[in-house]
Design a protein around this ligand. Sequence first.
Ligand code: FMN
Length: 400
Amino acid sequence: MSNILLGVSGSIAAYRACDVARELMRAGHTVRVVMTPAATRLISPDTFAALTGNPVVVDVFDEPEPGQIAHIRLAQDSDLLLIAPATAHTLARLALGLADDMLTTIALATRAPILIAPAMNPAMWTHPATQAHVQTLQARGVEFIDPTYGVMACGDEGWGKIADTPVIVQAVQQRLQRAQALKGVRVLITAGPTHEPIDPVRFVGNRSSGKMGYAVAEAALAHGAEVTLISGPTALTPPAGAKVVRVQTAQQMFDAVQEAFDECDVFIATAAVADYRPERALPSKRKRDAQRWTLRMVANPDILGTVALRKGSRIVVGFAAETDKALQHAQEKLQRKNLDLIAVNDVLEPGSGFEVDTNRLTLIYADGRIEPLPLMRKRACAEKLIEAVRMIVIQRWGKL
Ligand SMILES: Cc1cc2nc3c(=O)[nH]c(=O)nc-3n(C[C@H](O)[C@H](O)[C@H](O)COP(=O)(O)O)c2cc1C
């Protein structure tokens, strides 16, 4: 069973954390509680200590064991950090990455999945500041157990009541299961565009932002996979826990994939790799000295096509960004490149494809199955894709 760190912040619903702690222990987990100073004004740390049988931590400078730094040890020893209830103030501090008490310091130091059950007055929950913090945290892979509708302690009615205890406990169980779903599976992912130099200041590129590939890396990490992310030039921050290899050109991406491929179990090629590059990159900047300038382009190596030849028992997943006959082109690519799965999207469709935060993918499997997905945030698309990969992993290698 798992070590769960339960963060309790200063909400009127702090007493509900007692129930949550008890039910998690009943499910076989070890529970340790960390409280914010405001939470201790609403419920005594002694209550949680008595319930869980473990000391409760509040003060970041309270170091009971010499030679060990309490917040780092707790951050590293926990399989999951559940913050229930989470106040508006704690959400804001988490979103900003503040570390001004024990709970927020641990939240920064841990690599364990974080689940948050907010509780607050409806006006506070629907406030744009709070919602922006929620989005920031979600974009980092933090997951939320949504508050429910009801009458608050203050008498106001609306969204903001902490979720019911069974809902919180079920979310914890599912999150813990998911964190193990691809344990030990090595996933290699390419993301972003490539830049093919014309001269020292110009390049041929494409409009890929890398968002889809980074979301796939996040989802694979959330399922417990070991992730190597080979990234073309993007403005994105790579997800914590991924090994990142940065490249610029298609040739460099090809070389990096060739080197890492033997050490992977699953290869997911989301990068928008340039099919062609200028034949020769000029050594100095091309001046405006003519009315016409013809660039000669040559083909880049085909990353997916090449590694698919030595795929063995690996699972190889491709992406197809199409502008016409999307399904037909994707099916051809799946067969031509010997893929197990291909995710296709029509980049001309509004809200789908490059730069935006959403996508509408259709998954096509090697056995011919076609699974159209709705328009969703890229992170949600990535979850579906990783779920599909997990099913193929189980079919191929049995239960993990
Ligand atoms: C009786 C009482 C109940 C409160 N309930 C909530 C609540 O449910 N949600 C919330 O966001 N803030 C609530 N607050 C305000 C927070 O306690 C306050 O913003 C505090 O700074 C939160 O600190 P923390 O996030 O570090 O625990 C409450 C305050 C009091 C006095």
